[in-house]
Design a protein around this ligand. Sequence first.
Ligand code: TMP
Length: 265
Amino acid sequence: MDFINRPRYIPMNRRRRIYEGKAKILYEGPEPGTLIQHFKDDATAFNAKKHEIIDGKGVLNNRISEYVFTHLNNMGIPTHFIKRLNMREQLIREVEIIPLEVVVRNVAAGSLSSRLGIEEGTQLPRSIIEFYFKNDALNDPMVSEEHITAFGWATPQEIDDIMALAIRVNDFLAGLFLGVGIKLVDFKMECGRLWEGDLMRIVVADEISPDNCRLWDLSTGDRLDKDRFRKDMGGLLESYQEVARRLGILNEEGPTRPGGPTLVK
Ligand code: TMP
């Protein structure tokens, strides 16, 4: 390959940073229309009022999210994910993020339980989809389709597409986790607009990991997700490792190497 056509290698310290969020950083990607999504070790809750660095969390979320998004892609559920690049980074398609947090709930917990007084653990009559406006200054308030369309965050057709995606992702995730002895209580996902010429599709974006799912062990009810951090229960890393191990991502011997989990592949 001649010099001119060689893929552009951008040293990490010279990459252009596009956006930094609470748990991830987005860098300019190697080709137009691509980005690099970097997973940090930061854990935050209550709109970052609570913050800690948990060594190794980013590595685990990168792997778990890669696993989920690869399966979604293979099932024909469109996502922004292209491939994992290394321990902390993924190559993704650049999308226009829709400013909504889409929450799907199967079992009552968290803010649903406190808002409506439904005991945690109560099976819901059917899966419920909720929308929150992604805005840290406002604490991500819950919004309805009326607000979303009136303020132009998404069109009615886009809301239909988002809800259809949310149901498909929920069906896949619920089955995936049930198969490894975990109950999918609820999760949050984000969507983006992917432009391909004049055509636009809504795709699943961001990440899907124990940071944005509630995962309860089927037999013991143990929390295997970020509630361990939100509720000061401790053992967050061990829980994420357990999720990764059950999905077959981590070595059976588990994390023995100091400084991070032992990863296969
Ligand atoms: P909630 O019960 O606190 O509303 O959370 C519902 C689901 O959404 C739960 O799986 C955690 C996830 N979530 C996020 O991913 N980010 C957030 O900022 C919040 C509040 C919840």
